[in-house]
Write a protein that binds this ligand. Structure first.
Ligand SMILES: Cc1cc2nc3c(=O)[nH]c(=O)nc-3n(C[C@H](O)[C@H](O)[C@H](O)COP(=O)(O)OP(=O)(O)OC[C@H]3O[C@@H](n4cnc5c(N)ncnc54)[C@H](O)[C@@H]3O)c2cc1C
Length: 414
């Protein structure tokens, strides 16, 4: 039934794919636009394109950059360890997914259009179904001075800038702010790669305080071995050029400040009038459908998806990796008139933390993300974490674990 056809992308690139059913059809296609090509959006777009006929359903993926950014490895880039670039064009070749590289500046939920800006021009994209997967970023607005004086690892360019600065900073005091997973990983990576630097980790809470006791003990030991000074119970009030002001008024020296004080989500959904939580994540039901706009789905860090235990799934690659394929199945079922794909049922398994390149810490979790006593440490844990990240990239080569056959668009979705 299926045969090879070419899809001419608007910017002139042609990709070959196998998902066309009837090349002579002239009916307008159902337009699915996926915003964001992180773990969530990329997996959603690829899997959906594999479940429908692309002359009936047009799947467009919009992303700010032409490459996939492996955010969990940005601290490696920041310490001068290049990571391979993963071009989205290569990942999408042969899938029929149309890639638009541009920054989404506006979303009009009434008109069902998206504005994307690239190279000084703005493109308007219409949609019938929208999958919102714009992810998150390290929030630079939590205290004054971060944007001007701190390094914030939100993209490869920022990580490169920090790498150059650290290389030339022999003997300097580097202060990493934030005792969550990102801050711990960044501090450990810097301390291991640059033993000549004095690294401190400043945190409002105990770094890794959510881990099991054995994991906390291991973390403390490694931080000590790496020479990281930990200041827990300390809040930063502002960041200045070569120091920071703490909440109690103390002036703390910091030749280089790296900010890792928590993630926030883009404000696009809020500005557009989509129902969002107080933190700006899109409010969705169990099938990741927006509570306020049923033609919109939201996944990954950008969505507030409830676990069966009641609270929102944490931001992380795992959330994107699980919700991307699932939303593709949900949307495919709706478009092809199949029985509903069922609600998202997520169970946590582990939290993988790198502590430099020689050691890691794997905290095994109960389904609701509370820690078990079981942990992996040292080199084995590092290898485990690397395998997990590589596994995620491998998943990009396929549309997902099991993909049901392509089906035709149901009359209701035309
Ligand atoms: C240093 C660091 C270490 C981390 N380590 C881990 C870890 O060990 N484990 C873990 O689970 N998580 C880790 N994370 C978090 C993890 O990377 C994110 O939670 C995950 O990437 C979220 O996936 P996502 O697909 O929802 O969004 P993202 O990966 O954020 O992808 C969103 C995509 O949308 C694009 N985008 C955003 N806004 C726009 C716009 N306006 N227009 C066009 N495109 C846009 C972005 O460019 C991006 O490609 C780490 C993060 C950092 C920074």
């Amino acid at each position: 039934m299926s045969q090879r056809v070419g899809v001419v992308c608007r910017w002139g690139m042609t990709t070959q794919h196998q998902g066309a059913a009837r090349p002579d059809r002239v009916r307008p296609r159902h337009r699915v636009v996926v915003l964001g090509a992180g773990y969530a959006g990329l997996l959603a777009a690829k899997r959906l394109a594999a479940r429908v006929f692309t002359d009936e359903v047009e799947v467009t993926l919009v992303n700010a950059s032409a490459a996939f950014v492996e955010r969990p490895r940005l601290h490696q880039v920041a310490t001068g360890q290049p990571i391979p670039a993963v071009e989205l064009g290569a990942l999408l070749a042969g899938t029929g997914v149309r890639l638009v590289v541009g920054t989404v500046t506006d979303l009009d939920l009434g008109a069902r259009t998206v504005l994307a800006r690239a190279d000084g021009t703005t493109r308007r994209l219409g949609y019938d179904t929208l999958i919102y997967a714009l992810g998150s970023q390290i929030d630079p607005d939590q205290v004054p001075g971060v944007l001007e004086h701190a390094h914030v690892l939100n993209d490869v360019a920022a990580a490169d800038r920090l790498a150059k600065r650290l290389k030339a900073a022999g003997g300097s005091r580097v202060v990493v702010c934030g005792g969550g997973l990102t801050g711990i990983e960044v501090a450990a990576e810097i301390a291991e790669s640059h033993p000549d630097l004095r690294v401190a980790l400043v945190s409002a809470d105990r770094p890794g305080g959510w881990l099991s006791l054995p994991a906390q003990r291991y973390l403390d030991r490694v931080m000590g071995q790496l020479g990281i000074t930990v200041r827990a119970g300390t809040r930063v009030a502002s960041v200045e050029n070569d120091h920071m002001i703490l909440e109690d008024g103390e002036r703390a020296a910091a030749d280089i400040c790296v900010w890792a004080g928590g993630f926030s989500v883009p404000d696009l959904a809020t500005r557009a009038g989509l129902e969002v939580t107080s933190g700006g994540r899109a409010v969705v039901d169990g099938s990741m459908r927006s509570r306020s706009h049923p033609e919109v789905y939201a996944i990954g860090d950008a969505a507030a998806i409830s676990g069966s235990w009641g609270s929102e799934l944490a931001m992380g690659c795992r959330t994107g990796g699980a919700t991307g394929p699932k939303v593709a199945d949900v949307v495919a079922a709706v478009l092809t008139g199949r029985p509903p794909a069922g609600s998202m049922r997520y169970r946590y398994v582990h939290e993988c933390i790198s502590l430099g390149r020689r050691r890691g810490l794997v905290q095994f979790l109960h389904a609701d993300e509370t820690p078990r006593d079981r942990i992996l440490t040292g080199r084995v844990a590092m290898l485990y974490k690397n395998a997990t990240l590589r596994g995620a990239l491998l998943l990009f080569a396929w549309p997902g674990p099991y993909v049901a056959p392509r089906r035709h668009l149901a009359a209701a979705a035309r």
